[in-house]
Write a protein that binds this ligand. Structure first.
Ligand code: ATP
Length: 249
């Protein structure tokens, strides 16, 4: 089954083309990385999937259901997609726990909500963040905030998670730590994910499959080792960096 599918997406801003016929699939439980340089259209593709941008041409399916085309736009809140975007900050006036449970609705928590609250407490314990449950985001380090943002995105148990450069604000050591934890957590949850990055090493480490993008097109698609060992162009070769001690979690 396909978790997320883009079919022949063309998109532009003010008459300037940004996406030029992008088709791609994320299979159930798969972790796909979109790897490409700044401005090649990666974020636009994720925004279209989330429903934050309206499709101009082509279509998008979630769980084999059409959610967007030139005639249909299912709003973001009805798409059951988790978001972890670089500019999608935590709510400063809510505590860590309130932030994580935000997507589960207000007032009395449902049975599902209660189960997710227990899940959230377990996750905070696993990340060593239990003592921060009642703290506000402003008092947390960058790495702690990113962990909370990841838990907030996963709390409603979305079938698909979209991640846009989620570690861009972290220093090198924290990035490595976070990418390992993130990949592990997403795989454990069985969530299908698509992550945007311009960091070849990050993509090689985290992805089941990599889609290399350039100038609004997917120029190569394959497993990390195929992208690394058999790049189809000098451009792809320039982006692929095998992580030290390469071993997927
Ligand atoms: P980065 O890695 O820098 O985030 P990206 O590959 O994610 O880059 P996009 O953010 O998708 O690229 O942007 C692709 C192009 O579309 C860029 O030239 C950007 O300036 C332009 N663009 C994106 N959103 C808009 C918008 N709302 N209005 C006008 N132009 C836009």
């Amino acid at each position: 089954m396909t978790a997320l599918q883009f079919k022949d997406i063309h998109h532009g801003f003010g008459g300037r083309p940004v996406l030029d016929g992008v088709s791609l699939q994320v299979r159930q439980g798969e972790f796909v990385c979109l790897l490409g340089p700044s401005g090649c259209g990666k974020t636009t593709l994720l925004r279209l999937a989330a429903g934050l941008e309206i499709v101009q041409s082509g279509s998008i399916e979630l769980d084999d259901q059409l959610v967007a085309s030139d005639k249909l736009h299912v709003p973001p809140e009805q798409r059951r997609i988790g978001l972890m975007f670089q500019d999608y900050a935590l709510f400063p006036h809510l505590t860590v726990m309130e932030n994580i449970l935000f997507g589960l609705g207000h007032g009395e928590l449902s049975q599902t909500g209660k189960a997710r609250a227990i899940w959230a407490r377990n996750m905070l314990a696993r990340f060593g963040l239990t003592s921060l449950a009642d703290h506000y985001p402003g008092t947390l380090s960058g790495g702690e905030q990113q962990r909370v943002a990841l838990l907030r995105a996963l709390a409603p148990n979305p079938p698909v998670l979209l991640l846009d450069e989620p570690f861009s604000s972290l220093d090198a050591a924290r990035r490595i730590e976070m990418r390992e934890e993130t990949a592990k957590l997403i795989r454990e949850a069985g969530t299908s994910a698509i992550m945007v990055t311009h960091d070849g090493e990050e993509a090689m480490f985290m992805a089941d499959r990599i889609k290399v993008m350039n100038k609004g097109r997917i120029v190569q698609s394959g497993k990390p080792e195929d992208i690394y060992l058999k790049p189809k162009s000098a451009f792809v070769a320039s982006l692929s960096v095998m992580p030290t001690g390469f071993a997927k979690p």
